[in-house]
Design a protein around this ligand. Sequence first.
Ligand SMILES: [Zn+2]
Length: 140
Amino acid sequence: MRVSVNGFRRLGTASVVRGRKGWSLLGAKCSDCETQIYPVLTVCPQCGGRDFVASLLPAIGTLYCHSVVHMGPRGVDTPYTVGYVDLSDSLRVFGRIEMPVGAVQTGQQLELRVEPANRQASQFIYFFTAPSEVSQQVDS
Ligand SMILES: [Zn+2]
């Protein structure tokens, strides 16, 4: 996979990049059919292509479905919500939803946020939350 975005940092098999509005997730776009994927794969699920370019994920998406987790990993407070968010017509991303349980509704808009998990910014987490006013103004 060619990576054409400068200054990226690895996040598992994908990456994050820092822009003016903060950190963003870096996926990939198929060079043959332009399908955007995340996490990054070696073969395009749409056309079988193997050539990709780095592609920033959209910051705003629509909640496709969600569920409440009542028994989580040790050290993680429960309950919390997870769900699949459609960031485009062909890009559905799974993640934790940082909103009060019960306040989450299928079909609502959510914002994808990426934050360093430590002071060195050597690891990152991503999650979905209610869109901030700034994001709504910029992206709408
Ligand atoms: Zn493709």
